[in-house]
Design a protein around this ligand. Sequence first.
Ligand code: GDP
Ligand code: IMO
Ligand code: MG
Length: 422
Amino acid sequence: MAGIIVIGAQWGDEGKGKVTDWLANEMDFVVRYQGGHNAGHTVVHDGKELRLHLLPSGVLYSNITSVIGNGLVVDPKALLDELSDLERAGVGRPKLVLSSNAHLIMPYHKMIDEATEVRLGKAKIGTTGRGIGPAYADKAARIGLRVQDLLDMKIFREKLATALDRKRADFDFYEIEEPGLDEIADEYAAYADKINGMIGDTEHLLNWALKEGKNVLFEGAQGTMLDLDHGTYPFVTSSSPTAGGACVGTGVSPLRIDRIIGIAKAYTTRVGYGPFPTEDTGESGETLQCVGAEFGTTTGRTRRCGWLDGVVLKYAVEINGMTEIALTKLDVLSPFSTVRICVGYEFGGEVFDHMPPHQTIFHKCTPVYEELSGWQVDLGGITKYSGLPEATRRYVERIEEIAGVPINLISVGPSRTQTIIK
Ligand code: GDP
Ligand code: IMO
Ligand code: MG
């Protein structure tokens, strides 16, 4: 048996899609456990680029069963559109099982997401506008509709009536016209016709698979610093991208997990608002943005860029119990004559080498950098660790020292072949 979790070690977009696709070669199941179509995971193979939002990144392998776990919030239209896109791209239909316990994103969730951001004004989060936060809020308030409700439209209508009743105050507050029950029920009944065949008991399926010795990869979306509990609240997403979320979001015991792989970009990016100590709004940040093509996979927004934050990485190792790191986009650092790693935060005459206890420090600190030699060599064609320039290896090994766990995989380009096993 092998249960492997892949999680983002930073603020998302670390290359989880690429690494998941690479590891999927040996997997029987690839499973999403939280989030929704706010995620954008890119897989590049044979010159073909796929951008996945709800579907797990194992879809290029026809033997793999893709699973959407109970911890997700699912927009049925987005799911059906993504499946059609996949067929258009010539990949075909994946074997897909959708948890009956996953929650549904309703049209009013998207409306409330957008209206909340407008209302927040300058304090907005910079959400993806997909209705993620409001859908999870209704789940916690116990007025969410679940995927299994699509199996009986009579029950669906009853639950929808209750939800609309309870949401009336929100519609008034945000000045949203109350959506019609019939309209929504008809729309979702049409989705149900197409989706009902995919609904299953994913909790039982995954526990059976692990007991049978199958290889199961749990693919996190977003990243540690966007975690609802452990991230930079309130500038976070509304789910648990961290390793613990994989168990809650699939119904699999922590005892079933063998490896926890943290995906860390060789530098840092963030899309959306919120604190980011190593953000570089000058020339270096611009170089990272251009060379790394740092545009959001889901929204197309420009990603904020900066140097690698060793304090964040150490925190992510701890919070997730990472057994190892996969370091991505190392090739993007090639233009620099020197590279930097943040090893502490200076605030009020004190230096913190771990996550400070008060977020104000995180907002206002000055990063303490260690500077290392750059390598100025194109890494894109290097396939062996020993083939990397000495300065590159020193950078990698310094990150290992700071993180306290090994880097087992290094990515030097978007394609599956641009991967080095250390
Ligand atoms: P995810 O959300 O963590 O799956 O990451 P995204 O797919 O949103 O963003 C990562 C981007 O970097 C995608 O465009 C990938 O194709 C690309 N990428 C992944 N690994 C590498 C790498 O090692 N080098 C370069 N240059 N690009 C990479
Ligand atoms: P992947 O899986 C990067 C960010 C949004 C916003 C915050 C809340 O591709 O790494 P939400 O719509 O979730 O309520 O937005 O979280 N965010 C991401 N940032 N990568 C992602 O996913 C993200 N998903 C959400 O930009 O700051
Ligand atoms: Mg992404």
